[in-house]
Structure formats: structure tokens, C-alpha cells
Design a protein around this ligand. Structure first.
Ligand SMILES: N[C@@H](CCC(=O)N[C@@H](CS)C(=O)NCC(=O)O)C(=O)O
Length: 258
């Protein structure tokens, strides 16, 4: 792994990647300690705890791939089959919420796909997933929040289990539909080739896995032409294809490679 690390005072990442308009003052040479290092060859590769069909895991696989970060996968099952599943005491020590993904990277363990994407953005900015323009960045974050806070958690497996078999499909469809109505409106104003203008961003990384969830729960996508067009465009990109759930080593044979 070769990592370019831009560090501010006390080793914090340069604010340039957080708040571009402040970057000139905060990142002036008098206060900025820029450390560039190639990680030693024997430094372990990042380890991603991932489940093949988890949309949150897919987000991180796409982000790592887009940013050209080689990584290994520890398949971690959500179905309590096998030894390595999220509900073991061993995994609780990795991720106290007992969800995937988690990422071991640079000597740290990070949980939550969005936090992980921001960490990657701040430590590996060469392929950016946030636009420079502050309004576009805000729009990207709005879409990320819409998907990751207002849709996915409501149709997460553990929530559906709690709702019970009889109601779970209607429940998932209801919350995905409500979110997609809003998302379609937002994208009508923000999208170009991708979710926000023509630059690939975290919004795109989150969109595609959520559309797969919508298809899984048989949501009618006809009312959402922007969502469908963007999903189609993004799915043709190698980083999205190679990380697809059906390409994962823990994908059951009946879905694998399809
Ligand atoms: N906010 C978390 C959500 C993680 C999450 O809900 N992961 C799902 C799979 S996509 C999971 O592990 N569900 C199992 C459970 O909730 O018990 C993230 O973005 O990483």
C-alpha cells in the first residue's frame, strides 16, 4: 500500500480536504507539517469485515477500489451461519454495534461505512469522492445522509426481523419508497452524469447499493427515472462491477457471478 499522508498540526489531516475555503489560511506553510510517506512494504493491508449482500459493505468496497487502496476481506456473515458472523462476542470487540462493515486500517479499527469513507477521503485524497465546490459537497452529503440515515437503517435486516415476516416486505417497500421520492427530487436538481454534476462522489457510492436493496424488496422503480438512469450509468464502471455482491467470495453459488 502506498499512502500519501497530508498531516496538519498534531498529526491531524489537513483541513483542505474538509473545508476548502479555509484551506489557504489553515494550511499555510507556517502551521502545516506535510508528511509524505510510502507505507512500509510489510505494513498489513487494510482488512474489511464485509458481508457479500450488505449494501453498507458494498459502499466501502467501492470507495476502496475507486481510491486504489488494495485490501483484504474478512467475510462476516449476517445470518449466523459459520463461525464468523456479526453476532459473535469476538466480532463485538471489533464493532460494538455488531454490524458490517468495519475496516482495520493504519493500525486502527473503524466502524460505519460513512465514517470510513470520510477517513479514506481525508487520508487518501488523490482520487477525491467529495467535490471541491462547497455547495456541491453539501449536496453530496445531503444525498449520503438521505440514503444512509433516512432509508437504509429503516430497511436494515435487524429492523425487518423485528417487524416480523408478515409485515417486513411492506415495511421495507414503504420506507424505501418514501426515501426514493425525496431522492428523485434531489437528483432532478443536482445530477449531471453522476449524482452531483459530472464528478463521481460518495453520493454515487451510496446510491447503487441502495438501488439493489430496492430491487431486492421489489420496489417499483418506474417513478424514479433519475435514480434508474444513474444506477445504470454507475453500474457500468469497473469499480462498481468488481465489488458487486455477486462477485464476492462469500456469495452463495446460486447468485455468484450473475
Ligand atoms: N450505519 C452503519 C449501518 C451498518 C448496517 O446496518 N449494516 C447492516 C448490513 S448493510 C448490518 O450489519 N445489519 C445487521 C444488523 O443490523 O444486525 C454503516 O453505514 O456502516
Amino acid at each position: 500500500m502506498t499512502a500519501l499522508r497530508l498531516l496538519g498540526p498534531k498529526g491531524l489531516p489537513c483541513a483542505q480536504f474538509l473545508r476548502p475555503q479555509l484551506s489557504a489560511s489553515i494550511c499555510s506553510s507556517s502551521v502545516l507539517n506535510i508528511e509524505t510517506r510510502a507505507a512500509p512494504a510489510d505494513e498489513p493491508r487494510p482488512l474489511l469485515y464485509s458481508f457479500w449482500s450488505s449494501s453498507c459493505s458494498w459502499r466501502v468496497r467501492i470507495a476502496l477500489t475507486l481510491k486504489n487502496v488494495p485490501y483484504d476481506i474478512q467475510a462476516t456473515d449476517l445470518l449466523r451461519t459459520g463461525e464468523d458472523h456479526v453476532y459473535t462476542d469476538k466480532y463485538r470487540k471489533v464493532n460494538p454495534m455488531q454490524t458490517v462493515p468495519s475496516l482495520q486500517i493504519d493500525g486502527h479499527t473503524l466502524c460505519d461505512s460513512v465514517a470510513i469513507m470520510h477517513y479514506l477521503e481525508e487520508t487518501r485524497p488523490t482520487v477525491p469522492l467529495l467535490p471541491q465546490d462547497v455547495i456541491k459537497r453539501a449536496k453530496v452529503r445531503e444525498i449520503v445522509e438521505l440514503i444512509c440515515a433516512s432509508i437504509q437503517p429503516l430497511q436494515n435486516r435487524s429492523v425487518l426481523e423485528h417487524v416480523g415476516n408478515e409485515q417486513s416486505l411492506v415495511w421495507a417497500q414503504h420506507w424505501i419508497t418514501r426515501g426514493f421520492q425525496a431522492l428523485e427530487c434531489v437528483l432532478a436538481g443536482s445530477a449531471g452524469k453522476y449524482c452531483v454534476g459530472d464528478e463521481l462522489s460518495m453520493a454515487d457510492v451510496c446510491l447503487v447499493p441502495q438501488v439493489l436493496n430496492a430491487r431486492r424488496y421489489k420496489v417499483d422503480l418506474t417513478p424514479y427515472p433519475n435514480i434508474v438512469r444513474l444506477d445504470h450509468e454507475l453500474q457500468s464502471l469497473p469499480a462498481f462491477k468488481s465489488c458487486h455482491p455477486h462477485q464476492q467470495t462469500d456469495c452463495p453459488p446460486k447468485f455468484a457471478g450473475k
